[in-house]
Design a protein around this ligand. Sequence first.
Ligand SMILES: [Mg+2]
Length: 463
Amino acid sequence: MESVTRDEARVPYPRRIFCNRNLRMDRIRFVGFDMDYTLAIYEEAMEHLQSEMVLERLSQQHGYDERVLQAKYEPGFAIRGLAVDKAHGNVFKMDSHRFVGRVWHGGGPLDKELRRTTYTNRMLSPADPSIVMVDTLFSLPEISLYSQLIAFYDGLPEGEPRPTPERLWGDLRDSMDMLHRDGTLKARILADVPRYIRKDPDLAETLHRFRSANKKLFIVTNSEPNYTEAVMSYLLDGEHPAYPRWRDYFELIVTSARKPLFFSSEEPMREVDADWNVVDAPIAQHRKGAIYVGGNAAELSRLGGFQGDDVLYVGDHIYGDILRSKRTMPWRTAMVVPEMERELELVEQHTGELEELAELEEARFQLELDRAAAQRNGARGQELKELLRGLNQQISDLEAHIANDFNPYWGPLFRDRAELSAFGAQVEDYACVYTSRVSNFRQYSPFWYFRSPRDRMAHELRR
Ligand SMILES: [Mg+2]
């Protein structure tokens, strides 16, 4: 493991900030935040609520059998970066090269032979219309319900009507979208905010530290103005003596932003009045404490006085927050990966086994070299081949054992066997830094120099 500086060693491992591309915080003058799953951490109760409501919709609006209401959301089943094969009703994990790893069909792993014929040696194209990548935390319940419903329909006797896997996915997706769009889900959350949203006791102080270092803060969220008001005031009102109201922390607050479109659109920004009515007048200059809707990144930059690389944008969604803000704007990015906290605790608990694994892999590398050298020597070559086979078995057993503790269905979030997972590769490619929560910034000086350990290529490391 890469050594950490003395300053950083005092930060507990699951709360550290990890760096892919050097980031000098002294150069950052503006720090922007997404809200949902970034500033606002959702409780598992929200996933259960989503699931119940989606199943109700399936039965009431899409004409599904009432027995679908029996399906129960299984927390921990789905992880980000999974993909759904709508044509076959499968859910699978991919590695960074888009090769298929573990495949789940309904209530269990897909039959080995089927898995081989359907996916082996097939590199999946992102353009394949029957494959859907799941990359938001809001969609985890869909994956769990999809597998459960596939299992339910598979179990029905021959001849009973059932939707195609493709239709089932479409209806689930549609129901979930509608729940978010028509405000019914948010109305339930607002009726009992503390039940669904977790307050981070360090958030107020974290934001204050940024501000004390002369950094200006802003919000760009896709949530509507009244929802943003309710959630943010729950999180921040009265949490710090210098900021009585949550709006006191931020220079600019943009809601209903329609990310990722926000980064490329030309939609004008508008202010909302105290009754949440949109005031149809151009914004010449922004007003602190006001809430805006719509807009676009270029207009926001002009109003805020951003240069581009002096902005750090913090969000949890790889596509909507991280990739687009980097591609269309030269903003620096910090990705919040809430799942990491538990994963890193597990890494700590498995330190011994992970070291053993690294040693075995090193031994295998040596053995492979020896075997190549002994190729002309029949007896020795055979002996080394046997040794290698044993070692391979030992490595895969240990790998499976460790992966099982991370997630019995999918293994670790960032890895797929010896490769990065598709999700891990995206985080590595697009996020300048990544961490489990916003308040982890509190542990670092606002002038910290985050340095990437990845300044060398594989061939440079092994000399
Ligand atoms: Mg979000």
